[in-house]
Design a protein around this ligand. Sequence first.
Ligand code: HEC
Length: 155
Amino acid sequence: MSRKNSLMALGLAFGLAAFIACSGGEAGSQEAGSGASAEAQVSDAAATEGQQEMELPEGVTMETVNQGKDVYAGAGLCYVCHGAEGQGMPGLGANLADSDWTHSDGSFDGIVQTVMNGVDSGASTTGTAMPAKGGSGITDDQVRQVAAYVWTLGK
Ligand code: HEC
């Protein structure tokens, strides 16, 4: 056998081995495939659980949050100083849609307190005060609702 021929034979043998490996591997990869989708289902479930874990504060439901959204954009007048999306207004209300909280720890109770009492001009980073309840005269219940909504904005 010439050197060239023996190389070809070697190539053929490799080719055959690769072919066998491939066809065997296919069945294997199908199994791996179904295994992966089972894992995906598991991690989906974990993600849902994760969302449920990021639970609303005690005593707060999605209904509270939705009511709060109406208060924010309506009777509470919050949008006037904090913007329609809570993004803040230069020189007026702070950004409420991030996770930076200046006047409380950003907890639901902390936000309730801030909204109840407002922010003193001395404490305000812009020198602009926030009147208690935004000066809107909303009820304490509405304060809780709008605080719940604001709390979700920061999440
Ligand atoms: C007259 C304008 C005005 C209105 C109306 C107003 N705010 Fe404010 N708000 C402010 C100002 C000013 C601050 C302090 C900003 C600063 O320190 O830079 C503030 C701060 C806050 C903070 C504290 C943010 C932090 O970083 O700790 C919250 C929460 C808040 N407002 C919620 C509300 C809600 C809810 C309403 C509606 C009920 C409302 N505000 C209505 C002006 C207003």
